[in-house]
Design a protein. Structure first.
Length: 265
């Protein structure tokens, strides 16, 4: 897989968090998302940005090249689109810091919530996930998210309030381990990731966050006309994942004990 990278010089050993942002044709908002997080960062934070440019056809590379001279930013450009999950999986493996913070490029997450996540007390086996209490998405996207959430609850007993939220703070080691196993649900990467995370016995905590409307009311990663294909494709992926994990359970003499989870209010 070919990619082009650009970065500012920095001492990676002095950093503790990589803010990973997947992006495809988000040039109108990407710069403000990056500078907004940088401006709101806690004083004691030691972070860098890693932007995953998934074959954008707009001026994203030019904007990122300019910003990389002002903030600690690395960007990886994929000449051919890897899809949402493929771009994330690649980026996770490239990150070098102990913690990874995931944020979308379309300004749907409040920089103050990002700041809160950067200030969280950290445990090397615990993932922190944003829970969009009042979603600002169109009805069809909310319906699809609820559908995936219900399927995962029934199929895998995964009881999360917001499984598809992208605002997540994850320890790097376990994130790399789990991301290597995600094979079936490119478009709904976080659904499969969280199922495998739970099956591996890791903890998670959901934290209520604000949710802001997307700039043009729809995702540029998933165009409205492709949502039907996305649902079908991810539905097939769900069934393949269910089959894999069911067969794996049959081959083992014991099933890992479920870990109790919490929601911070």
């Amino acid at each position: 897989m070919e990619s082009k990278e650009s970065s500012v010089a920095g001492e990676a050993s002095n950093l503790d968090t990589t803010v990973i942002i997947p992006s495809r044709n988000e040039v109108r908002l990407l710069g403000s998302v990056l500078t907004g997080i940088w401006a709101m960062r806690p004083r004691n934070s030691r972070l860098e940005f890693l932007v995953l440019d998934d074959a954008s056809t707009d001026d994203t590379p030019t904007v990122l090249d300019s910003l990389s001279k002002e903030i600690p930013l690395t960007f990886i450009r994929h000449p051919r689109s890897l899809g949402f999950g493929g771009a994330l999986a690649h980026g996770i493996q490239q990150a070098q810091t102990p913690w990874l913070l995931f944020v979308d490029a379309d300004a749907q997450y409040d920089p103050e919530d990002v700041r809160r996540f950067l200030n969280l007390p950290r445990d090397p086996l615990t993932l922190f996930s944003g829970w969009r209490v009042r979603r600002a998405d169109p009805f069809v996207r909310i319906f699809i998210s609820i559908l995936f959430q219900t399927m995962n609850r029934i199929g895998f007993d995964l009881r999360m309030k917001d499984i598809t939220s992208s605002l997540k703070l994850i320890p790097s080691g376990p994130a790399k381990e789990i991301a290597r196993r995600v094979h079936y649900m490119n478009g709904s990467f976080w659904s499969e990731f969280m199922v495998r995370w739970a099956r591996a016995g890791y903890h998670w905590i959901e934290i209520p966050i604000h949710h802001q409307p997307r700039f043009d009311s729809h995702s540029r990663v998933f165009a409205p006309g492709s949502l039907g294909r996305l649902v079908v494709h991810q539905g097939v992926g769900f069934l393949r994942l269910l089959r894999e994990l069911s067969l794996a359970s049959e081959k083992t003499t014991s099933v890992p004990t479920a870990v109790s989870q919490n929601t911070v209010r």
